[in-house]
Ligand binder design. Structure first.
Ligand code: ADP
Ligand code: MG
Ligand code: MG
Length: 210
């Protein structure tokens, strides 16, 4: 169909959790280069708890699931990424407390998530953070929605754009978060939060394609 629903939300979190667990070492290695090496472990802990809560939940809306993810991530992830992803999921939940979400709804949900991250972390595009993956993802979803595409198309385009945005952080000098302590030495490494954003949006897209 052209929309995503609560079953999509459950599949998304199951796939996201499996992907985080499969890539936890890689995400922590990225964080070891320019941070404190815990990003993969932080997300593995958070998504394992979120997935357990989600699969046991009787929520009937997309937002009901996303809100549960938000509160679980906030209480389990810690560091910078916990509050950032927690706020992203919370804001996304607020605009998706409905049974079915279309492409315009996907755009609204992603835009709300990005708004939460920026409200919390105050990063600008180009500061070498997860914002550099979320921003092109929101723009890509907007284009698909304007062109009359499906929710699955919007998520696929968003995931592709997030992946490109994450790659594009490599040459950047970090201006926010722990990586900024390295100054110029942060250049030449991919930002771990941008990499995990691309991974999460890829799971969201695959959950919609099923
Ligand atoms: P910590 O740095 O506390 O160990 P994590 O390793 O889990 O937390 O997460 C690091 C990621 O958080 C970074 O790669 C970056 O993408 C993101 N991040 C850090 N500070 C900010 C910020 N102010 N705005 C947006 N994203 C940020
Ligand atoms: Mg870290
Ligand atoms: Mg840390």
């Amino acid at each position: 169909g052209s929309t995503i629903d609560v079953a999509w939300a459950r599949r998304f979190i199951a796939l996201a959790t499996a992907d985080v667990l499969a890539h936890r070492v890689e995400l922590s290695e990225l964080d070891r280069e320019i941070g404190d090496g815990d990003h993969g472990e932080n997300l593995a802990r958070g998504f394992t708890a979120a997935d357990a809560a989600v699969q046991a939940s009787e929520a009937t809306t997309v937002g009901g699931i996303l809100k549960l993810v938000a509160t679980t991530l906030m209480s389990t992830v810690g560091g910078a990424a916990g509050p950032l992803y927690g706020t992203a999921f919370l804001r996304a939940a607020k605009v998706s407390d409905v049974a079915d979400v279309d492409a315009a709804g996907v755009h609204a949900l992603l835009e709300a998530a990005l708004g939460g991250i920026v409200a919390r972390g105050k990063a600008n595009v180009g500061d070498k953070t997860m914002v550099d993956a979320w921003t092109p993802a929101v723009a890509a979803a907007s284009e698909v929605a304007a062109a009359g595409g499906s929710a699955a198309d919007a998520l696929a385009a968003a995931a592709r754009a997030a992946g490109e945005g994450a790659e594009a952080t490599i040459p950047l000098v970090a201006l926010k978060g722990r990586a900024s302590y390295l100054g110029e030495r942060s250049a030449g490494h991919k930002d771990p939060g941008a990499a995990s954003t691309a991974l999460l949006l890829d799971a969201a897209a695959r959950a919609a394609a099923e």
